[in-house]
Design a protein around this ligand. Structure first.
Ligand code: ATP
Ligand code: MG
Ligand code: FE
Length: 336
């Protein structure tokens, strides 16, 4: 089964050709980061317009790199939520047009199911059930992947997503957008124990997260330094903030793995490329006899290969969408 996959939920226009779920024949990503940098974050209207400009070209490239044409495809997979409505609509309209013109089955995919599925690509042995920590720009979920496309959500963030916290703190210490990778890099030069920022825990909800408190603590720290004329050591702030976030993510994931007797743990989403998170989780998993899985950085951030993988397992289960498929900006994980 060869699937053409399309992703346009945020600021990446992406297309991929995926064979039998785990074999990536092509994976083309056109990022708009340079454009949105100017504004310090993604501007929805600009994102939609750029998707329209790029999408045909990105799909053509994906087919060309795969050495294929549309007639070789068995289905079209597309992200239909969650995300920016205008951005999603571009991919959905494109997928519907191709599906209609080429009489191909249409499979709508949940963006976060895509992020989780990125783990299947480089780990042929990974199959459900396993525990997955989803840490992206808009989501922080701790979920049990019970079956392909079937999820039990154990915990989630009560406020900011992990990636969002990275981006906001990066902006506060003047690192620019997107902040995650910059904090990751700067932290290598800082002392993670320089400042004791609070940890985002919620009483009586052992698997939930909260990152707005850490973010406020960073802002308070900056204000205090400025008022008292103390030196602001950005590297120490970055490293200490990152430690606080990573420790909570690791602790919650490991305790959930133990409580639910999961011997496989995966991470997914943009923040899954974070060096400290990977090292921390690797170590904790080793100590607890848990197999640890994570995707390559290029498969952690938004891409269409992961959507093709998710679409394949949905396709195998019989998921088919009609040409009335619409973008669903707040689609819940596990909904169809
Ligand atoms: P969602 O998937 O929730 O809809 P999104 O698609 O915008 O949101 P992703 O593309 O999965 O999010 O990830 C982008 C996020 O990952 C950004 O917040 C970015 O700062 C963060 N990120 C990327 N690399 C790193 C890193 N090395 N360390 C920390 N955060 C990172
Ligand atoms: Mg993005
Ligand atoms: Fe994403």
């Amino acid at each position: 089964v060869v699937i053409l996959a399309i992703e346009s939920s945020c600021d990446e226009t992406a297309a991929a050709v995926v064979k039998n779920g785990r074999q990536i024949l092509s994976n083309v990503i056109s990022s708009q980061i340079e454009l949105h940098k100017l504004y310090g974050g993604v501007v929805p209207e600009i994102a939609s317009r750029k998707h329209i400009e790029k999408i045909n070209q990105v799909i053509e490239e994906a087919l060309e790199q795969a050495g294929a044409v549309l007639d070789d495809m068995d289905a079209v997979g597309v992200t239909y939520g969650p995300g920016l409505v205008g951005a999603l609509l571009v991919g959905v309209a494109e997928a519907k047009a191709i599906s209609y013109a080429k009489k191909l089955p249409l499979v709508g995919v949940h963006h976060i199911e895509g992020h989780i599925s990125a783990n299947y690509i480089e780990h042929p042995e990974l199959e459900p059930p396993f525990l997955c920590l989803v840490v992206s720009g808009g989501h922080t979920h701790l979920v049990i992947v019970k079956e392909y496309g079937e999820f039990q959500i154990l915990g989630r963030t009560r406020d900011d997503a992990a990636g969002e916290a990275f981006d906001k703190v990066a902006r506060a210490i003047g690192l620019g957008y997107p902040g995650g990778p910059k904090i990751d890099k700067l932290s290598l030069e800082g002392n993670p124990y320089a400042i004791d920022f609070p940890k985002g825990k919620i009483e009586d909800a052992p698997y939930d997260f909260s990152f707005s408190g850490v973010k406020s603590a960073v802002l308070n720290h900056l204000n205090r330094c400025r008022m008292q004329g103390e030196e602001i050591v950005a590297a120490d702030i970055a490293a200490s903030f990152q430690r606080s976030v990573v420790e909570v993510l690791v602790e919650h994931a490991i305790s959930a793995a133990k409580d639910y007797h999961m011997d496989k743990l995966a991470i997914a989403g943009g923040v899954a490329s974070n060096g400290a998170l990977r090292r921390g989780m690797e170590k904790a998993c080793q100590e607890n006899g848990i197999h640890f899985y994570y995707p390559s950085p290029i498969l952690c951030t938004d891409n269409a290969a992961m959507i093709g993988t998710a679409a394949y397992y949905e396709y195998k289960k019989g998921t088919r969408h009609g040409w009335d498929l619409n973008a669903v900006p707040n689609l819940k994980l596990g909904e169809r």
